[in-house]
Design a protein around this ligand. Structure first.
Ligand code: PLP
Length: 274
């Protein structure tokens, strides 16, 4: 593939125009095709950015998808799935415990009183943004005798409706994390502005990367900042151009959701703001 044939990176559009239109995957073949299409776009974004595609993990997001379709995705090769709501994830984990190598990543906001459940079954938690949750999680994990990979969620869009720490508060937060030996901090996570204007979306990703680069210079011992979880169906290509190591992709793999985004991040616009 000739790098010159790729669009200049700054012009990469969002795919938000697909929002609500992604076709439903209803067979193993559908899933294979969707996964291949997303991987091809990941590879193309990596070429534009001069990156190795092996440095980008695709995390399929299966929220609202029922067990039967998740089993099809499993047959198509999915072994690690992201879920926003803990209760829904726990239900699926129990229902599909026969799939011994299927792992679950919790990517949505967590209440302190649910820490015990996360500690029991989650393989990863990507939405850590409060010392109280960190403390509760660590205590529960110590009791279970296990450790958990976590990402610190940062609010890069400045929208009050988004969860995550203010960028200025991340450094102090990371220092506090040293006390919690069962939490293995792997990096930062964010949700970009939901906008059809690619440049405004890109700014969120640039903010997360530059914050990570700055913090990594004097990160506390034991705090890893190699990972950047950013990008979803509508904007993962831009996120990869800006350094994403994990992209969380739901609708482009599973199909459009009927549940509005406002259910997951309160007061989000139903349509992309422009
Ligand atoms: C649902 C969700 C995603 C994936 O969104 P899609 O539009 O389905 O790709 C990514 N991150 C978080 C936190 C989510 O809740």
């Amino acid at each position: 593939m000739n790098a010159d044939s790729e669009a200049p990176r700054a012009d990469t559009p969002t795919q938000h125009d697909q929002h609500g239109r992604w076709p439903q995957a209803a067979s193993v073949e559908d899933f294979r095709r969707n996964l291949a299409a997303v991987r091809e776009r990941i590879a193309a974004a990596c070429r534009r950015a001069g990156r190795d595609p092996a440095g980008v993990r695709l995390l399929p997001v299966s929220k609202t998808v029922d067990e039967a379709r998740i089993r099809l995705a499993y047959q198509a090769g999915c072994r690690f799935l992201g879920e926003n709501k803990l209760q829904e994830a726990a239900r699926k984990w129990e229902a599909m415990s026969d799939l011994a190598d299927l792992k679950w990543s919790i990517i949505g906001h967590l209440q302190t009183n649910k820490a015990k459940l996360v500690a029991r079954f989650a393989a990863e938690f990507q939405a850590l943004d409060s010392p109280r949750v960190a403390e509760a999680l660590d205590r529960r994990l110590q009791a279970e005798g296990r450790a958990l990979d976590v990402f610190v969620q940062v609010n890069t869009s400045g929208e009050a409706s988004k969860y995550g720490l203010h960028p200025d508060d991340v450094q102090d937060f990371l220092r506090q994390m040293r006390a919690y030996s069962a939490l293995r901090v792997r990096g930062l996570m964010t949700l970009a502005l939901f906008s059809a204007e690619a440049e405004r979306v890109r700014r969120c990703f640039v903010l997360l990367r530059t914050l990570r680069d700055r913090l990594r210079q004097d990160a506390p011992a034991g705090i890893g900042l190699d990972e950047l979880s950013m990008g979803m169906s509508g904007d993962y290509e831009i996120a990869i151009e800006e350094g994403a190591t994990v992209v969380r992709v739901g609708q482009a793999i599973f199909g459009a959701r009927s549940t509005p985004d406002a259910y997951y991040w309160p007061t989000a616009d139903p349509q992309p703001a422009s």
